[in-house]
Structures are given as structure tokens and as C-alpha cells.
Design a protein around this ligand. Structure first.
Ligand code: ZN
Length: 145
């Protein structure tokens, strides 16, 4: 059950250490938002904005977050959608949904790491062509043999 059915947005530079219940703190500078779980359990829920994580929409009056907020790591297992400043109960998580959610979370993180990894690999190897050529020759040699 949700205790808070509305979240009032607060645009801030830094997320405060102590959060007020019923408020959604949004930091554009750090591309993240934070609020206390709407069930009233008092757990802090951080929702970073990124292509693999949450997307924040501000229509000039209210804030929406996409996708839903699933606090499956919290004891309460709350699951809700924040749309136009309203908190809509999205139902409890089943163990199956939690597994899917965690797998998605992991996949998104791996994807991010891969992107970072390939970028730094390109920077670390200024001339990748000879390396690639060598490996093709190695493959060809192995094939001939
Ligand atoms: Zn909660």
C-alpha cells in the first residue's frame, strides 16, 4: 500500500542528505532524482537518468519518471509509476518479475561497461589495423595448417 499518492518535485543542484517524504528531488546537474519510498517505509530511492535507467519528463507543471520505480531490493518491494506528479501503484513484484528486473538491470550495466570498455580500448590502441591484420593472418595460418 502506498502512503504517498503524489510527489511534489523539487529541482535542486545537490540532492540533500535528509529527504522529506512526498517530495521528488531532481538534480539536472547530476542527472538523477531521489525520493523516499512512497510506501512510507523511509527508504531512499535513487533514480539516475540515463538511456539504460530512468527518463525524466517535466511538462512545466509536473514530473514523470519512466520506467516504473521497483524497489525490489527494499523490504517493502514497492512498485509504482510516477506520472504527472502522481504515484500510481503498479502492484507487487512477483519473484519472476524481480528476476527479470534484475537481469535487465545487469544487462543495462554490462552494456554501459562495454561501451566504456570499447572507448578506452580504442584510445589505448592508436593503430588497431596491424593488430587486426595479424589476427587474420594467425587465423589463416591456423586454417591452412
Ligand atoms: Zn517502501
Amino acid at each position: 500500500m502506498l502512503k504517498h499518492h503524489r510527489l511534489e518535485h523539487h529541482f535542486v543542484r545537490h540532492l540533500p542528505d535528509v529527504l522529506e517524504p512526498g517530495l521528488l528531488y531532481v538534480s539536472m546537474e547530476y542527472a538523477t532524482a531521489s525520493h523516499l519510498c512512497c510506501c512510507g517505509c523511509g527508504e531512499e530511492v535513487v533514480t539516475p537518468f540515463s538511456p539504460a535507467q530512468w527518463k525524466m519528463t517535466f511538462d512545466g507543471e509536473t514530473v514523470s519518471l519512466n520506467p516504473s520505480v521497483g524497489n525490489w531490493l527494499q523490504n517493502c518491494r514497492s512498485h509504482y509509476v510516477i506520472r504527472n506528479g502522481k504515484v500510481i501503484d503498479a502492484g507487487p513484484w512477483s519473484d519472476e518479475q524481480i528476476a527479470v528486473g534484475l537481469a535487465h538491470d545487469r544487462a543495462a550495466r554490462v552494456e554501459m561497461f562495454d561501451k566504456d570498455g570499447s572507448q578506452s580500448a580504442t584510445a589505448a590502441v592508436p593503430q588497431p589495423t596491424p593488430v587486426r591484420k595479424q589476427s587474420i593472418w594467425a587465423k589463416l595460418k591456423a586454417w591452412i595448417e
